[in-house]
Unconditional design. Structure first.
Length: 135
């Protein structure tokens, strides 16, 4: 579906596609009125079709860019495997992070009494646990 002929309808559809509420999109498009008018415009067949088209294009673009980044990391990992293995490992680690599958990083840090404190870093949270050194 091409761009809507009514510029305010197009602006409204684009705001809805970006995730704004109907009322916010209505105001952003330059309309003044209440929630009822915004709700009514959001159910307009042409506007609804345009919103769906914009959302589809945005999701395809996001997927493509993510796929392109992964592809580039794969190229970096392959090309540098023999010349610089560290950069290959870094590229693989970054690809794993992008896909949500990576190993937890563990560090041991000495505490005030020189007893080691285990620090576990994850994406979601940081866990700090004292380690029993006496067995």
């Amino acid at each position: 579906m091409p761009v809507l002929k009514n510029a305010k309808h197009e602006a409204f559809a684009q705001a809805l596609a970006r995730g704004k509420t109907a009322t916010e999109a209505y105001t952003d498009a330059g309309y003044s009125g209440d929630r009822t008018a915004a709700s009514r415009l959001s159910t307009n067949v042409n506007v609804a079709k345009r919103v769906e088209e914009i959302r589809t294009r945005l999701s395809e673009k996001a997927e493509w860019s993510s796929a392109a980044r992964l592809r580039m990391l794969g190229i970096i990992a392959k090309r540098n495997l023999l010349k610089d293995p560290r950069s290959s490992i870094a590229a693989i680690a970054e690809a794993n992070k992008m896909q949500g599958s990576h190993a937890v990083v563990r560090h041991q840090i000495g505490g005030i009494t020189d007893n080691p404190i285990e620090v576990v870093h994850t994406i979601e949270r940081r866990i700090v646990r004292p380690t029993d050194t006496n067995g």
